[in-house]
Design a protein around this ligand. Structure first.
Ligand SMILES: [Fe+2]
Length: 194
């Protein structure tokens, strides 16, 4: 779901073990993109310039975690329509789990790195509504856009809150999200990792 971000991230200074994961991750994202293109009968824009990714790991990992979470939600919507593509959702759940573990590792150590990760999460979250709007711009989505947008933002708030990247007061609509998703909903995401 985040092929270009993942490709770009490999050029950054990342902790040992992460680079290997990113390489495998890139292959999976490329495969997903191919499946989407076949499904939609389109081809990607032949993008050559990679997006600029943050060089600090504490910031980069928050971006990757956020985009993967977004990717997982879109995959979940896709699988609702095409159950045969469930493997995409399973891959995305693994990617989210990997970066969530990395985020937790930073937060558990505390100090400036943890503060930096939380600041990065707040900044990323502030830009998120525009990102989601861009993904949902297609006219065919117009009747569902508001609902989808609200749902996606709620899911990401719930994850960022649960992992400790955002405080309760920073999430938007945080309380109802927790009620709606609940602990069992969150754990079912991880159980699907296999
Ligand atoms: Fe992914």
């Amino acid at each position: 779901m985040a092929l270009w971000a993942v490709r770009s991230a490999q050029a950054q200074d990342v902790p040992p073990g992460v680079l290997q994961f990113l390489r495998r991750h890139e292959e999976e994202e490329a495969q997903h993109l191919k499946q989407f293109e076949q499904l939609l009968g389109t081809s990607s824009h032949g993008k050559t310039a990679l997006p600029r990714m943050p060089s600090q790991w504490r910031v980069l990992v928050v971006h990757l975690y956020g985009y993967e979470t977004l990717g997982l939600e879109f995959a979940r919507l896709l699988v609702g329509l095409r159950p045969d593509l469930a493997s995409i959702m399973e891959d995305e759940a693994v990617h989210v789990g990997f970066f969530e573990h990395e985020v937790r590792t930073i937060l558990v150590h505390g100090g400036p790195a943890a503060d930096g990760a939380r600041q990065a999460a707040q900044a990323w979250r502030r830009r998120l509504p525009r990102t989601v709007d861009r993904y949902l711009h297609d006219e065919s989505l117009a009747p569902f856009r508001d609902e989808l947008r609200g749902h996606i933002l709620d899911v990401i708030d719930a994850r960022f809150l649960a992992v400790g990247l955002l405080a309760w007061s920073e999430g938007q609509g945080a309380t109802p999200v927790r009620t709606a998703i609940g602990e069992s909903g969150m754990s079912s995401v991880f159980e699907s990792n296999g």
